[in-house]
Design a protein around this ligand. Structure first.
Ligand code: BTN
Length: 252
């Protein structure tokens, strides 16, 4: 059970809690089609049996120990070509929250993995619905590792591993929703330049010489930034190249 947060204007004013579901994103997408579902509705569960990640991956989280939730947004003000700004706003909200909460340096690994000590503490899956040239609904799904101590993947990390303290999931959710609402309102004010600048300054491995892999090859390069559609700009031996999400990964 989760209470309604006191310090937000619209995020989380409706909370749909289900003890178990396949994926809160899937459930939120279904609910978003009902006219009675208001903007800011949060769908949250203790246990996802088929949590979905980016690039068709799954999202695993031990039941009852972590936050797995989705928020339903109606960013009708956002033209389709600017949809990456929603990714920016949500990533920054997580960065804001975790930076304050842990006091540690947090980084955003393109496009929207949140890292602490170079390990992933949070994953974000945003699924947009478009009508004509505008977004109608966006489901922003967030998986934040909170009290889980052990992971199968060596690159995963949780809040408890950073702070050495168990956290109350509801308190973490409420703090996060406040940060999310603040960044979403900044997006609604069309404050794109500041959002992009903040995102770039927090981007993992920016301006560092790294190895990357694409479906064709591995290569060296240095991240320069992102273009307006969210593609990653990498300076390579053959010049500046742009990559979509399925076209490149940063190697460790
Ligand atoms: C990723 O890093 O691959 C994104 C992971 C996103 C996981 C969250 S958990 C809540 C929401 N429901 C899902 O099925 N996925 C997202």
């Amino acid at each position: 059970m989760y209470k309604i947060p006191a310090n937000t204007l619209f995020l989380g004013k409706q909370v749909v809690f289900v003890p178990e579901c396949h994926s809160t994103n899937t459930l939120a997408l279904q609910l978003s089609h009902k006219p009675s579902t208001t903007e800011g509705t949060v769908v949250i569960t203790n246990h996802q049996t088929a949590g979905r990640g980016q690039r068709g991956n799954t999202w695993e989280a031990a039941p009852g120990m972590n936050l797995t939730f989705s928020t339903i947004l109606r960013p009708a003000f956002l033209p389709v070509e600017d949809q990456f700004y929603l990714t920016i706003a949500v990533s920054l909200a997580l960065h804001d929250y975790l930076g304050t909460k842990t006091g540690k340096p947090i980084a955003i690994k393109w496009p929207n993995d949140i890292l602490v000590h170079e390990k992933k503490i949070c994953g974000i899956l945003i699924e947009n619905q478009v009508q004509g040239s505008r977004l109608t609904t966006a489901v922003a799904g967030i998986g934040l590792n909170v009290n889980q101590q052990h992971f199968d993947t060596p690159t995963a990390m949780s809040l408890i591993q950073v702070t050495q303290k168990e956290d109350n999931l509801e308190a973490v959710l409420h703090g996060l929703l406040e940060c999310l609402e603040a960044r979403y309102l900044q997006l609604r004010r069309q404050d794109h330049d500041s959002l992009k600048e903040a995102y770039l300054s927090r981007l993992y491995a920016r301006h560092e010489q790294r190895r990357f892999s694409s479906p064709q090859e591995t290569f060296e390069g240095s991240i320069r930034g992102v273009d307006e559609s969210g593609r990653l700009a990498v300076e390579t031996a053959d010049g500046l190249k742009y990559f979509g999400i399925k076209e490149v990964s940063l190697l460790r």
